[in-house]
Design a protein around this ligand. Structure first.
Ligand SMILES: NC(=O)c1ccc[n+]([C@@H]2O[C@H](COP(=O)([O-])OP(=O)(O)OC[C@H]3O[C@@H](n4cnc5c(N)ncnc54)[C@H](OP(=O)(O)O)[C@@H]3O)[C@@H](O)[C@H]2O)c1
Length: 250
């Protein structure tokens, strides 16, 4: 089946690996694949005829709307949308080890990029997802990379207030959306995913305690996540799963 993807954050560690993996998997396929991929500050280095790059700042609703408008000029539908954007640290702020380090600006930045953006993207892409041509019966997908540390019941370590709270908020937002779209869209699956601990700039300062063999390459993580997504059904909409497809408690 011909398929149209939107990879948001396509120049990040996992996002770029997603774009590469989709190109590679479909290289010798008879079906046509169209990939829209977004970048923020990092200029993309993947060039392929079926990949269209768009700039998008997910912290700016106007920027999201403009990118979606551009997509609409090329394609009237999207089959899979995967949001690979995320923020854990910035040039000036690190995730908090203790309450005394919590600062309003960094907290709100986490909430905006990790939580609110997922809702705003959904708001603008809904018309394109609703027109997905699902002739093979599989659902259209709206997936967002979350993080296991956004699980409230799994939290035994504490710390990382802004990141943990923003990922928990993202999870609630996507669960809520799955209920709303479950009523208004016919065949769509909304998923939040834990990609494993992956060797990217986001995790680089925190890889010291990762047990041997547990640090994934972006390529391996992307391959696993895409494999999980290829097997989901609309009945699984509103789930929180890891790279192996195992369910994570909220
Ligand atoms: N790596 C891990 O171990 C791990 C573990 C659990 C969950 N995750 C989650 O996995 C996702 C991908 O992370 P990653 O490891 O691939 O990190 P990454 O390499 O740092 O990629 C993050 C991406 O987010 C983009 N981004 C940041 N702010 C943005 C904004 N305002 N607008 C648009 N894009 C923006 C970055 O673009 P610019 O650099 O151009 O700003 C970058 O492309 C994140 O949601 C992260 O929380 C990662």
């Amino acid at each position: 089946m011909n398929k149209t993807y939107l990879i948001i954050g396509g120049t990040g560690g996992i996002g770029q690996a997603m774009v590469e993996q989709i190109i590679e998997t479909n290289k010798n396929s008879n079906h046509s694949v169209l990939i829209f991929a977004t970048f923020h500050r990092t200029v993309p280095n993947i060039k392929a005829d079926n990949v269209h790059w768009l700039q998008m700042d997910v912290g700016d609703e106007e920027s999201i709307a403009q990118a979606v408008d551009t997509i609409r000029q090329h394609s009237i539908h999207l089959d899979w949308v995967i949001n690979c954007v995320g923020l854990l640290h910035t040039d000036t702020s690190q995730p908090e080890k203790a309450l005394r380090q919590v600062e309003t600006e960094f907290f709100l930045q986490n909430m905006q990029i990790n939580a609110l953006a997922g809702l705003l993207i959904a708001k603008h892409i809904k018309p394109l997802l609703s027109k997905a041509e699902r002739s093979d019966g599989t659902p259209a997908i709206y997936a967002t990379i979350s993080a296991r540390v956004g699980s409230i019941s799994d939290n035994e370590l504490g710390g990382w207030y802004s990141y943990r709270m923003s990922k928990a908020a993202l999870n609630m937002g996507m669960k809520n959306l799955s209920i709303e779209w479950g009523r208004s869209l016919k065949n769509v699956c909304i998923v939040v995913m834990q990609p494993g601990t992956v060797n990217t700039q986001l995790s680089a300062p925190f890889q010291g305690n990762v047990a041997e063999g547990h640090l994934f390459s972006p390529a391996y993580s992307a391959e696993c996540l895409l494999d999980v997504l290829s097997g989901v059904t609309a009945a699984q909409s509103g789930s929180f799963v890891d790279w192996s497809g195992a369910s994570i408690p909220w």
